[in-house]
Design a binder for this molecule. Structure first.
Ligand code: RUQ
Ligand code: CUA
Length: 627
């Protein structure tokens, strides 16, 4: 066994080497090339290149070590990649319609999507137990419509879309979970009059427009989300958030911009100040206040006025419009990423608490104490231009993305010195390191989520794909290993050890499931007035029934149960000219509803290749005209 593996490896390495040599000799005849910063030398292929190829090559029959879940920005979806191969394994529809699986067509998914056919998915968050990923769920926000979704990781399907959450205009800075997935915080990017639908002129911005943070509670049994409580905040823009952990558990941190309260967000008005704030919120205190009934109902949510709960909110000055705020794995520091300043600012939670306890304040704004900056800040690290986000490894290092500089800076959490820097292509936003925002980061890999690809891939016209780059963290110098194109927008990602996720293979047989049929004798068409219900069974490779006759104007409910209890044997179901398609996975029952408003003959067929007789899997829907 061992021998075979070694031999296979040797053949693979040798093959790869020859391939690379060949590729190099061809490309060097055309022009000298640079690949992702790795240069092929005249003598042959550089060791770096071979090393990178070996580190990312996952041979047939072997599996990746990590899952990477990347949000799809304004495409609304969630991408699943394998690391280190960076192969895309699946796209999961979340806030978008997806015909391949019928998401947005089946009754259940249509209800989840509600009034919106798109969403702006920013931050995926894996559920945590004791600060570590537990592999149960993934939550992801929709910036555009104040919603949040839950993807169950046993089936990789969206199971809940919650919202619009009352009073929170544009919850950009979510989802960042508390260590036991009790809550995540959704704070408003846009100040606005509340509840939704309230009208007020921009001239009344400072009085009528509110910032709001909602604490979304998660049911520990099934991951169902609900609004725990909300808290009123000044009309500033809240950008990102993170939850405390370890020593700082019970607190959460928000970055702010436009503390000038300018409603025309032009640079000149809203970025005048040298410093904005990181807002520190004691969520356990507010949770207690909500339990004690210190709330009023606004838009259906329990809203707390923080002035009624003194000591629950503090302001920490931070250099100009900080973007990300990141809590270190031990919870001892929170880090503000300067965006418009070439530094990240490291704050000590212990010092912060000392300021709080000794009332060491340097003033107040909108009734909130401003803690002593000099005392709370322990370091300003000169990382480079345009720092946006920071992630961590297992050796006490931090990694900060530099948007303007197109680079990643590595720096030490011990002496706060920059120890390495690597170019990435181009303009990184977030970074994701392996389990990098848990209490136990793995190190090993870092993915840079780059906003621009420019010349990195074959051209596809004026607009190029976005780009993710895999970076090796196993030595003191970071090394870019691989470029992987992705669709808009690789926003944030989470990387989890693959063996933490347990999927199931087939949907279990359940006679009580609405509309399910498991024997062809039970397949039938039932009429009740104008309502027709089709109970269909799909089994390699036929539909039962394979002809359905109804009348024009009928309201049709159509159940399809796939009775192939066999891993990966999925049947599709498309009806011609009725704009209907879905799939039914092994054992799954799907439900579709439509009005038969066009008379005629409409073939239906299996749209998902399932067997040698897949092409024969078809039937007819006959719709008798009214007259
Ligand atoms: S934010 S690119 Cu939408 Cu995550 Cu910093
Ligand atoms: Cu069933 Cu193709």
């Amino acid at each position: 066994m061992h021998k075979i593996k070694l031999k296979t490896l040797f053949v693979a390495v040798a093959g790869l080497f020859v391939g690379l040599l060949l590729a190099y000799s061809i490309s060097s005849q055309i022009s000298p090339t640079t690949t992702g910063g790795l240069k092929a030398s005249k003598e042959g292929v550089s060791e770096d290149l071979i090393d990178a190829a070996l580190k990312t090559y996952v041979p047939p029959g072997q599996l990746d070590e990590y899952y990477l879940f990347a949000s799809g920005g304004h495409s609304g979806q969630l991408f699943v990649y394998g690391v280190p191969s960076m192969r895309r394994i699946r796209s999961i529809p979340v806030f978008n319609k997806e015909s391949a699986v019928g998401y947005g067509w089946t009754t259940e998914s249509k209800e989840m999507l509600g009034d919106f056919a798109w969403g702006d998915a920013h931050h995926p968050a894996l559920s945590e137990t004791k600060g570590d990923y537990d592999g149960r769920w993934l939550f992801m926000n929709d910036n555009a419509n104040s919603r949040v979704a839950r993807v169950n990781l046993d089936s990789f399907t969206t199971q809940q879309i919650f919202g619009p959450v009352p009073n929170v205009y544009g919850p950009h800075g979510s989802v960042f979970l508390t260590p036991n997935s009790e809550y995540f915080m959704m704070a408003s990017r846009f100040a606005g009059p509340i509840p939704y639908g309230t009208y007020s002129e921009l001239d009344n911005f400072k009085e009528d427009y509110k910032g709001v943070m909602a604490a979304i509670a998660i049911d520990p049994k099934d991951g169902e989300m609900s609004v725990g409580w909300e808290v009123l905040l000044p009309p500033w823009s809240y950008d990102l958030s993170d939850a405390g952990k370890g020593v700082s558990d019970g607190w959460c941190f928000l970055t702010t911009y436009n503390t000038e309260e300018a409603y025309h967000l032009l640079e000149v008005e809203s970025s005048q100040r040298e410093r904005d704030y990181i807002m520190a919120i004691n969520w356990k205190m507010l949770e207690q206040a909500a339990k004690d009934g210190k709330v009023k109902d606004i838009g259906g949510a329990k809203v707390i006025d923080p002035m009624d709960v003194p000591g629950s909110v503090y302001l920490v000055p931070c250099a100009k419009s900080p973007h990300g705020v990141d809590v270190t794995p031990d919870g001892k520091y929170f880090i503000g990423n300067g965006k418009l300043a070439p530094t990240v600012t490291v704050f000590s939670f212990e010092n912060f608490m000392e300021c709080v306890n000794t009332k060491d304040f340097q003033g107040e704004e909108r009734g909130f104490p401003i803690v002593n900056y000099e005392k709370t800040r322990v370091a300003e690290v000169e990382v480079g231009l345009g720092p946006l986000h920071t992630q961590f490894d297992d050796k006490g290092n931090a990694y900060t993305s530099l948007f303007v500089e197109s680079a990643v800076a590595k720096w030490s959490l011990t002496d706060f010195k920059v120890t390495d820097k690597t170019q990435v292509h181009y303009c990184p936003g977030h970074l994701a390191s392996a389990e990098g925002d848990t209490v136990n980061p793995d190190g090993k890999y870092l993915v840079s989520l780059n906003k621009l690809a420019k010349d990195k891939y074959l051209s596809v016209g004026p607009s190029h794909p976005e780009s993710m780059q895999l970076i090796d963290l196993t030595s003191s110098k970071m090394k870019v290993l691989y470029d992987s194109p992705t669709d808009p927008e690789p926003h944030f990602a989470q990387m989890i050890k693959a063996d933490k996720i347990k999927t199931f293979e087939v949907y279990p047989k359940d006679e009580a499931r609405e509309g399910a049929v498991y024997a062809k004798e039970d397949a039938k068409v039932v009429r009740d007035g104008n309502n027709v219900t089709v109970y269909m069974m799909a089994f390699r490779s036929r539909y039962y029934p394979d002809a359905v006759e109804i009348n024009e104007g009928d309201h049709v409910t159509w159940y399809i149960t796939n009775t192939d209890f066999d891993e990966d044997i999925t049947h599709g179901f498309g009806i011609m000219f009725y704009d209907i398609n879905c799939e039914s996975q092994p054992g799954q029952t799907q439900k579709l509803e439509f009005v038969a408003d066009k008379a005629g003959v409409y073939p239906y067929y299996c749209t998902n290749f399932c067997s040698a007789l897949h092409q024969e899997m078809q039937g007819y829907l006959l719709i008798k005209p009214k007259s």
